[in-house]
Design a protein around this ligand. Structure first.
Ligand code: GAR
Length: 207
């Protein structure tokens, strides 16, 4: 059977991308990364893709005035690469309804908090300021809202009194690198069934 073709969108360092590259190389994820796209030049994600021999393109947001032509350029690259599942991995832009409809049910995102708490761009700062004792990360399908789509997998980590954004971020990131490849593999296996807000995991392993 043809492999799921992933298009991974990143804005920066690309450690989530790396976890997907490594899971594929290690036989834990049965998919292929067809293209890595970034919205900024000179980011580590492009280097990581190049090192792994993956097609990588910067669609520089600064070269586009409105969001629509920028997203059309992204779509052109995704279509040219035959992408069937879009993976947002530290992609720090909100996608418009145009893009979300085009890939409806076929866009995943990872967010560094236990949604619906602490959505947005400063999850760790917000979690620390609130004083929560547990935080974590969430893989979800993308809908038209921000960090609001149906939740696929979550992982929790403790928050300590002396945590900084950096220390909490690092603890959460370790879990991101575990659950993102896992969530994608569940999709690849056809085991994710969306019923309204809920994602049912077929034949789920229980602890
Ligand atoms: C990750 O922590 C990811 O959850 C977060 O950006 C970081 C990217 O790290 N994404 C968001 O905040 C999306 N709202 P990476 O570039 O090393 O993969």
């Amino acid at each position: 059977m043809a492999k799921e073709k992933l298009g991974v969108l990143c804005s920066g360092r690309g450690t989530d991308l790396q976890s997907i590259i490594d899971a594929i190389a290690g036989g834990k994820l049965d998919a292929e990364i067809a293209v890595v796209l970034t919205d900024k030049p000179d980011v580590m994600a492009l280097e990581r893709a190049a090192k792994a021999g993956i097609r990588n393109v910067c669609v520089n947001r600064k070269e586009y005035g409105d969001r629509q032509p920028f997203e059309e350029a992204l779509v052109k690259e995704l279509q040219a690469a035959g992408v069937t599942l879009v993976i947002l991995a530290g992609f720090m832009r909100i996608l418009s309804p145009y893009f979300v409809h085009l890939y409806s049910g076929r866009i995943m995102n990872i967010h560094p908090a236990l949604l619906p708490s602490f959505g947005g761009a400063h999850a760790h700062r917000d979690a620390l300021a609130y004083g929560v004792k547990v935080s974590g990360c969430t893989v979800h399908f993308v809908d038209e809202g921000m960090d609001s789509g149906p939740i696929i997998l979550q992982a929790a980590v403790p928050v300590y009194d002396d945590d900084t954004e950096e220390s909490l971020g690092a603890r959460v990131l370790e879990q991101e690198h575990v659950i993102y490849p896992k969530a994608i593999q569940l999709y690849v296996e056809g085991r994710l069934k969306v019923e309204g807000r809920k994602v049912i995991i077929l034949n789920e392993e229980r602890m």
